[in-house]
Design a protein around this ligand. Structure first.
Ligand SMILES: [Zn+2]
Ligand SMILES: [Zn+2]
Length: 291
């Protein structure tokens, strides 16, 4: 087009009449300004597609895939999860130490209210990690507080429904438990519609696989909580002065264990979602800038 251009200047491979403005940061191919599809990372269309399909959040659902994604998300920010869980499990531990008569009730109330803030903050970090992004604890905490009312109500609704179905008969209880197993990620990451209905939609068709995941994860959690509670009982008899630290440690461990189950269900949620939707849509929906 322009004969005055030096012939050695690189051209865009898709638009030979244009000079290359840059190169793809991943594969190095020349790109004109129109061919750069992801900014500021400077990616070509092929590399963006490859990157999206590599994201933990875009693997389609399978039993093994959910375990892998959950494990990837857990490892992504494990130190931060330990810290957040420690801070938000502290009130529960203190209540258990200092209010002996009502410890079960008050501890439960603490974990379902304050503890949930910690869980949501960790899940926010993990969800961003699943989409290839990194947020700091402060951003995660703000996202957690924003999502708290919706997540609290969704979890309460799910717990009541599962309990009622179990009272009716065992089998409907299990079915409802599986159907509502991703209400927390839904309440956190999707901002409209009924989280309970959405969870039931997403889980449809994967009942046995999800039941297996839920049972395995919760049996492990029960073993962890039960065995550490037994140890605390031993400490109370053998070394009463160490009871305080033992209760703190046990509450922390139990909360970390519960968080592992939540991470697994976040992994399952991403899988269920990308089995039906494209990763790109997921990415745009999660982008804080586009809200
Ligand atoms: Zn490229
Ligand atoms: Zn081009």
């Amino acid at each position: 087009m322009d004969s005055s251009l030096p012939s050695a200047a690189p051209k865009c491979p898709s638009h030979p009449d244009r000079l290359a403005a840059t190169t793809c940061s991943r594969c190095g191919t020349f790109l004109c300004s129109q061919c750069v599809v992801a900014r500021p990372e400077r990616l070509c269309a092929a590399c963006l597609a490859r990157k999206l399909s590599d994201l933990p959040a875009s693997r389609p659902y399978s039993f093994r895939g959910a375990l892998q994604t959950g494990w990837t998300l857990l490892r992504a920010r494990f130190g931060l999860y330990l810290a957040l869980t420690g801070v938000f499990a502290l009130p529960e531990a203190l209540v258990r130490l200092w209010v002996p008569g009502l410890q079960a009730l008050l501890g439960f109330l603490c974990s379902t209210t304050l503890g949930l803030v910690g869980v949501l903050a960790c899940l926010s970090c993990a969800a961003e990690a699943g989409l290839g992004r990194r947020i700091d604890w402060w951003t995660a905490l703000r996202a957690a507080l924003r999502a708290w009312p919706r997540a609290f109500l969704a979890r309460l609704g799910a717990a009541v429904q599962v309990a009622l179905f179990f009272l009716l008969l065992i089998v409907p209880g299990f079915i409802r438990w599986v159907q509502l197993c991703v209400v927390t990620p839904v309440a956190l990451l999707e901002h409209s519609g009924s989280a309970l209905r959405r969870s039931a939609e997403l889980t449809a068709g994967w009942g046995w696989s999800l039941l297996g995941l839920l049972c395995a994860a919760n049996v492990l959690l029960l073993l962890l909580v039960g065995s550490t509670a037994l140890l605390v009982g031993e400490v109370a008899e053998l070394a009463p002065p160490l009871l305080g630290p033992a209760v703190l440690l046990q509450t922390w461990l139990a909360n970390v264990g519960a968080l592992c189950v939540e991470m697994l269900m976040l992994g399952a949620y991403f899988g269920l979602k990308s089995s039906t939707e494209r990763a790109e849509e997921l990415l745009f929906e999660q982008d804080p800038a586009s809200r």
